[in-house]
Design a protein. Structure first.
Length: 255
């Protein structure tokens, strides 16, 4: 009987210990931080990575995108766009550089730079938009040119100079030319390719300084997931006691 009683007591103690351990066990909390801006097409980020290596690599990549058939914007899904863009980039990069590129794409580290292009484009379009159907446009000074036909009409006249920034992509060999034309568009898209090919033929006249800036007419709804940030959560248990501290008369205190 004593032995059975000890076994029962040990079983009760074990059960209590397990219940206490489970109640004290912490539950992890996962947090995700998104930026206010959206993700950008993969070919834009790859072009910026190549631009950091050299201006020539950037334009070689752009020219490669214009020769794709079907174009990158006509591919079925994002995975196909990713694969074909990486294949083009791989022609100019070593194995180590390709690994760095994939890391950069996974972190979306170049998206903020592209956002600066998009903000400038938004400011310009506040002065006058070409319409939702136009996914690319050209700027000369303060003038917005929405179609190639309109650009052809302007080609015979002197174009106005525009302000340039350190992150601008200037076509090789046109750096010293005086008349600036800035093409805004999503590189590799059909509309961009048409403008790009026309402007390349105009460069033979030796007058235009050809610049490209990124523009996305219909940005993604997916926001950029920020990496390298953390959230600290403090939990505090506080007990509150209600006490009546209003003044009392002497006769009330006796009760």
């Amino acid at each position: 009987m004593i032995l059975k009683g000890r076994k029962a007591l040990l079983a009760v103690i074990l059960i209590c210990s397990l219940s206490v351990a489970n109640s004290a066990k912490s539950h992890p909390i996962s947090t995700l931080i998104n930026a206010k801006f959206s993700i950008t097409p993969v070919q834009l980020e790859i072009s910026e990575f190549l631009s950091d290596l050299s201006n020539q690599k950037f334009w070689t990549f752009v020219n490669g995108l214009t020769k794709l058939s079907p174009g990158i914007d006509e591919r079925e899904n994002d995975l196909e766009k990713y694969k074909i863009a990486l294949k083009l980039a791989n022609r100019q990069l070593s194995n180590a550089q390709m690994k760095l590129l994939k890391l950069s794409l996974s972190l979306r580290s170049l998206t903020p730079r592209i956002q600066s292009h998009l903000l400038i484009a938004d400011d310009i379009l506040e002065r006058g938009d070409c319409g939702e159907s136009f996914t690319s446009f050209v700027i000369s000074g303060k003038e917005i040119i929405c179609s190639i036909e309109e650009l052809k009409k302007k080609s015979g006249s002197a174009l106005t100079n525009s302000d340039l920034y350190s992150f601008d992509h200037i076509y090789p060999g046109t750096e010293t030319n005086t008349q600036v034309v800035i093409l805004y568009g999503e590189i590799g898209s059909k509309s961009f390719n048409e403008f790009h090919n026309y402007l390349k033929t105009e460069l033979q006249k030796g007058v235009l300084k050809y610049v490209v800036r990124h523009f996305v007419r219909n940005p993604s709804d997916t926001k950029v997931r920020l990496s390298g940030y953390g959230v600290e959560l403090h939990l505090k248990s506080t007990e509150y006691k209600a006490q009546d501290d209003s003044p009392r008369k002497d006769n009330e205190e006796k009760f």
